[in-house]
Design a protein around this ligand. Structure first.
Ligand code: AMP
Ligand code: GLY
Length: 424
């Protein structure tokens, strides 16, 4: 099979790394890719959001399967265009990608499907939003309907904070049009996890759960990021909790989307809060998590390629996957200053030494090459991914590889997986 992966981050490097090992693969491209992905795939200089050029490339090169990493090309209709052109694609239509693009739409679909989630209200009027908050009381959560680079959520512990969030999002339009509508919802207390399933429009195949670390600093301090580390399995997701998530939060969604004429094909990422009353849905994303994908691919033993092809062709029923019992853990190395402004083009040394550490794979997220050297080009730059028999072993290996790097321009959190270790 001739495969095109779309994207340029650590998630896409993980997908390419895994697809590369498939005996069914005859050619692998990645658009636009990065310096690390270039070891696994031929990188093509087309941006992930340039959907018309991506389609033209797929047609000109007889691509058999397009695998879309990030949400932006999905929201722009890349999957629809591929399907219309007769090219198999693993990713949802623009209409189904609204699950991530609009929180209000997502909450309405979840309500229709009877999925356990926070109660909510949708508001386009500031006074009505504030009256709802006063009536419900704090703690309460205020969200912009549209995408706001991961910043459009305020978990308000007090009434004043919640009312202030309405002023900020809707009054001051800090997130632009994303704040034209707000979703105000119940605060859910518990332990959070990321759960993934592959969907083919009709049914869903569970992957495994992971936990990620969103804050930039040790001890979960500082601003939110795209994710500074992750590990899998997530101990909070027992077999019975996994079964409950599938039965109550994944399969009903797939069924309801099909009934709505918006069948869901692709990976479904459910943000779940495991509360004392069981797992409850926080949100859906229409893609793999980054860096969760890195640890999922490190644990997946089955060949990924025929499974993604089966997803694209509506043939997932009966497919089974094999997973390693090992723990996989990823430590993200970011450029100093991230998630604020950071320096670009700093030289990264010691990559070979890091990759030699037992059980370690260095996945690239934001790298390029300059004068024959690997340089940092993004905020999140590397994902040091390690497998081990235990969390402690995987973590020791990952940090040993971190220490083998020679990159003064980078930093990482030193406490990835502390929650899992604290449990043991
Ligand atoms: P989101 O952008 O929807 O993923 O929200 C960002 C983060 O806010 C989530 O990962 C949760 O940690 C938190 N959050 C979102 N919704 C709720 C909620 N209803 N209750 C508690 N925490 C929430
Ligand atoms: N790591 C969380 C995300 O990809 O949204």
């Amino acid at each position: 099979m001739r495969v095109l992966v779309v994207g340029s981050g650590g998630r896409e490097h993980a997908l390419c790394w895994k697809l590369k090992s498939s005996p069914l693969l005859t050619k692998l491209w990645c658009a636009p890719g990065n310096a690390g992905i270039a070891d696994a795939a031929e990188c093509v200089a087309i941006g992930a959001e340039n959907v018309d050029e991506l389609l033209a490339f797929a047609q000109a090169n007889a691509v058999d399967l397009v695998v879309v990493g990030p949400e932006a090309p999905l929201v722009l209709g890349l999957a629809d265009k591929c399907r219309a052109a007769g090219i198999k694609v693993f990713g949802p239509s623009a209409a189904a990608a609204e699950l991530e693009g609009s929180k209000g739409f997502m909450k309405d679909v979840a309500a229709k499907a009877g999925i356990p989630t926070a109660w909510y209200g949708r508001f386009t009027d500031m006074d009505k939003a504030k009256a709802f908050i006063r009536a419900k009381g704090a703690p309460i959560v205020v969200k912009t309907d549209g995408l706001a680079a991961g910043k459009g959520v305020v978990v308000a512990m007090t009434l004043d904070e919640a009312l202030g969030a309405v002023d900020m999002m809707m009054g001051d339009k800090v997130f632009g049009a994303a704040g034209d509508e707000l979703v105000i919802e119940e605060f859910l207390d518990g332990e959070e996890c990321s759960f993934f399933a592959l969907c083919d429009g009709k049914t869903a195949l569970p992957l495994v759960a992971a936990q990620d670390y969103k804050r930039v600093g040790d001890g979960d301090t500082g601003p939110n990021t795209g994710g500074m580390g992750a590990y899998s399995p997530a101990p909070v997701v027992t077999d019975s909790i996994q079964a409950e998530i599938m039965e109550r939060s994944i399969l009903p969604l797939v069924k309801t989307m099909a009934e709505m004429g918006k069948p869901y094909t692709g990976v479904l990422f459910a943000g779940i809060m495991v509360t004392k009353d069981g797992p409850k849905l926080l949100e859906y994303n229409v893609r793999f998590g980054d860096p969760e994908c890195q640890v999922l691919m490190a644990r997946l033993e089955s060949d990924l390629l025929p499974v993604l092809a089966a997803g694209a062709e509506g043939r997932l029923a009966g497919v089974e996957l094999t997973w390693s019992d090992d723990v996989a853990l990823v430590v993200v190395m970011a450029a100093r200053g991230y998630p604020g402004s950071y320096e670009k083009n700093t030289v990264i040394g010691g990559l070979d030494g890091a990759a030699r550490v037992e059980g370690v794979t260095v996945l690239h997220a934001g790298t390029g090459t300059k004068d024959g050297q690997v340089v940092a080009t993004g905020g999140r730059v590397l994902g040091i991914t390690a497998r081990g028999k235990t969390v402690a072993e995987a973590r020791e290996r990952a940090y040993k590889a971190v220490d083998a790097l020679d990159w003064p321009g980078g930093f990482c959190r030193r406490d990835i997986a502390w929650r899992a270790l604290a449990r043991n």
